[in-house]
Design a protein. Structure first.
Length: 238
């Protein structure tokens, strides 16, 4: 069937895949990613068009995670159970349910954390009327796999660490990573205003050399210094 004739998730998947960068350069590369994403969503509740609150519907960003997993595994059949397990057998898939209500909660919590630990950046965002959701969404939805899109040499140390740490420690690892990134770029963020600040937070921040394999030790040290405990996260959630 032509994806252009379909509505809903099918069409969104096809549109996103066409602009997804990944190592697989063969003609069937896009078909493989399409198969994986459609199977993932169809497999949950049996329909890609299911709108039940408990279903996992397609969301932009799933394409980045799928591309990363496939580039690591290099096999379509073996990639799918890894992908399915990541989305359905852990805490990650919950943000795609109930019309992304959990994700919206996490934006509020992240804003609280920025207020507590990075007050200068918080004030900069307030003055420029920039909401956390403007720039945080792709990082949360992909567990930072969106950065893979920007990596010319396809560095993976940062990305694999982010996924491993999430599997081991849950969402506190994501908040710790995000606060560490903001801390690293604090001087840059404080020097910008208006459209330049938004452009940096939304696009340029993910292109930085901080996320290359050569600088992984710099990031890891920074993250250890800015670790967010599960106790604090649970307290803010309550």
């Amino acid at each position: 069937d032509s994806f252009h004739e379909k509505e809903g998730s099918d069409f969104l998947i096809f549109a996103d895949i066409k602009r997804t960068k990944f190592k697989e350069k063969k003609n069937n590369g896009q078909n493989i990613l399409c198969n994986l994403l459609r199977c993932l969503v169809y497999n949950n509740k049996g329909s890609i068009h299911n709108d039940d609150d408990d279903s996992i519907n397609y969301c932009q960003g799933m394409n980045f995670i799928t591309a990363l997993f496939f580039d690591i595994v290099h096999n379509e059949e073996e990639t799918f159970p890894v992908l399915k397990c990541f989305f359905t057998n852990g805490k990650f898939g919950t943000i795609f349910k109930n019309k992304l209500s959990k994700l919206k909660d996490y934006f509020i919590i992240l804003e609280k954390m920025i207020y507590l630990f990075l007050p200068k950046i918080y004030n900069k965002l307030i003055v420029n009327e920039i909401q956390v959701s403007y720039f945080a969404s792709p990082y949360f939805v992909t567990i930072f796999a969106n950065i893979y899109y920007y990596q010319q040499d396809k560095s993976t140390k940062f990305l694999l660490h982010s996924l491993d740490d999430f599997i081991l420690n849950g969402w506190c690892s994501v908040f710790s990573t995000f606060l560490s990134i903001l801390k690293h770029f604090e001087k840059k963020i404080l020097s910008l205003n208006g459209e330049e600040l938004i452009k940096f937070l939304v696009n340029d921040m993910g292109k930085n050399e901080l996320f290359t394999d050569d600088n992984f030790s710099v990031f890891y040290k920074l993250k250890k210094q800015n670790w967010i405990s599960n106790e604090l996260l649970e307290s803010l959630e309550e």
